[in-house]
Design a protein around this ligand. Structure first.
Ligand code: SIN
Length: 513
């Protein structure tokens, strides 16, 4: 087990694996807490990957939709990089063996999702794009000599050197039951999102924002942590995590109805069921809160084709004894994606020397306050390649020996206790979900304070840091925008601004740029 690495990638979802592959021939170590492919959100991605590959489409149109969905906070340079990277990303994934779905004439079959003006989502086996991409990337990574893949290594924190640069990570080797320090010159966070901090989520419950917490504790700039996207149509069938009913269903014509059978989206937005995701999520919440319920009706739009077109959703429905060919699917909003994250430049560099971030943990600027559907796999691939190019072709820096983090070494190497996580997740869903206010957010902070004073583990500490970052960002943002809605500040400010939090800066100097 190497404890030194030139380049260390933390996380083995699409972002981590693709970055590692593109680094060739530079040696890279990829660590993952569970067997590769398990515990990551990527294989669960149903919707697919957005890319302007249709004959009626252009990157400019994809750019306009991305910026439009982002509610005033998309960085246009980052969005240009993203959309221009779409068509080559599709080609490259096919070269790794991903078989995207095709029409009978052999052209790529392109689906529609909310807030896209064109059909531009590539799918694989209906709703299994994430799994298909992961399978191809895992195969390629295992066959690549420059990649050392270490499984069951749980990262507990980043390590810094005397210059304040990130110089590796503190980790726990599950198989050997020992704590180790991995020294690295360059560390790439690819740790995914944080839906697992909420009681209702479409993410694996292990996705608890630990990468975000590591970066914040090391002093990296965190951007817009309050922007969490809630997917409007998680299946409300009592499962944790809540199975997703992909937006592609509405792209294919399925409609949201309430218990009276009324298609309610016309009451909320002219684009009805294909309105931006934040608007649909709040509409679903409003129908439920008014006691009318919310259901997805795919009976006439999809009907008998359901098992072939949406096998993952169909299997989830079957587990709950629902036949979506003939019955309505009960739905509820669920924490789905984190738009905020570790602030990066266009090459994935964070504000700290030696630290990079890619995928959901990063805030590259492409999502703004509300991510456009199916832009996340694309972001992971496009920006993963850019980090790899920058690292491979840039000048190498050697870090000093990392310092041992005494406060971390005192904590047991354990996940968060189940009862503490239950309290935190319930508090986050009650106070920091689709609708927030100063009062509800303060209630979450009280729960965090109590948990901070109780039995502490390495896992709980990181989950609490991540939760508090979201809540602090949400308290600081006294307006409503995109995925963030404050009932006490329902208006949107004329000037869009970012929330920037940096623990290396005193709270008095926090910037709201
Ligand atoms: C979905 O399939 O509805 C989710 C896709 C995404 O999150 O972009």
């Amino acid at each position: 087990m190497p404890t030194n690495s030139d380049i260390l990638i933390i996380g083995a979802g699409v972002a981590g694996l693709y970055t590692a592959l593109k680094l060739a021939p530079r040696p890279v170590t990829v660590v993952t807490a569970r067997p590769v492919g398990e515990g990551a959100s990527s294989p669960w991605a149903q919707g697919g990957m957005a890319a302007a590959v249709g004959p009626d489409d252009t990157p400019n149109l994809h750019f306009a939709d991305t910026v439009g969905a982002g509610a005033g906070l998309v960085d246009p340079d980052a969005a240009s990089v993203l959309v221009d990277g779409g068509p080559p990303a599709v080609e490259d994934l096919m070269a790794y063996g991903v078989e995207f779905d095709r029409n009978p004439d052999g052209t790529l079959k392109l689906g529609r999702e909310a807030a896209h003006c064109r059909n531009r989502i590539v799918h694989a086996t209906g709703d299994q794009a994430g799994a298909a991409i992961m399978e191809a990337l895992i195969r390629a990574a295992r066959a690549s000599e420059h990649i050392t893949l270490l499984e069951r290594i749980v990262i507990e924190d980043l390590l810094t050197d005397d210059n304040g640069s990130v110089a590796g990570a503190l980790a726990y080797n599950v198989a050997k039951a020992e704590r180790i320090m991995i020294a690295a010159d360059e560390t790439v966070l690819a740790t995914g999102g944080l839906g697992g901090l909420f009681a209702v989520t479409t993410n694996p419950v292990q996705a608890q924002g630990h990468g975000l917490a590591f970066a914040a504790r090391a002093g990296a700039l965190i951007c817009d942590p309050e922007f969490v996207q809630f997917h409007p149509t998680a299946l409300d069938i009592g499962f944790d995590p809540a199975p997703l009913a992909t937006e592609a269903l509405r792209g294919d014509g399925a409609v949201l109805v309430n218990a009276d059978g009324r298609a309610f989206m016309a009451d909320y937005h002219p684009k009805r069921d294909l309105a931006p995701r934040d608007i649909v999520a709040r509409a679903v919440e409003a129908e439920r809160a008014a006691g009318r319920g919310a259901f997805l009706d795919a009976r006439s739009a999809v009907g008998a084709k359901f098992p072939q077109s949406f096998p993952t959703v169909f299997a989830a429905c079957q587990k709950a004894n629902i036949d979506p060919r003939t019955e309505l699917m009960p739905v509820a909003p669920a924490a789905h994606y984190h738009m905020g994250g570790v602030a990066t430049d266009l090459d994935g560099r964070s504000s700290l020397e030696g630290l990079w971030a890619v995928g959901e943990v990063a805030s590259t600027g492409v999502h703004g306050a509300n991510r456009l559907a199916s832009n996340s796999l694309l972001e992971a691939v496009v920006f993963g390649k850019r980090i790899a190019d920058a690292l491979r072709d840039g000048e190498s820096s050697e870090r000093l020996k990392p310092n041992a983090p005494e406060d971390r070494l005192e904590l047991p190497s354990k996940p968060a206790p189940a009862d503490a996580m239950k309290r935190l997740r319930t508090a986050m869903s009650n106070g920091c979900a689709l609708l927030r206010s100063e009062e509800s957010l303060s209630n979450v902070l009280e729960v965090c304070d109590e948990l901070n004073g109780g039995v502490m583990t390495s896992g709980l500490r990181s989950s609490l840091v991540a939760a508090e970052l979201i809540v602090q960002g949400a308290l600081a943002r006294e307006e409503s925008r995109g995925g963030h809605f404050r009932t006490d500040f329902p208006e949107t400010n004329e000037d869009a601004y970012h929330t920037e939090i940096c623990t290396a800066i005193s709270p008095d100097d926090l910037e709201f740029a």
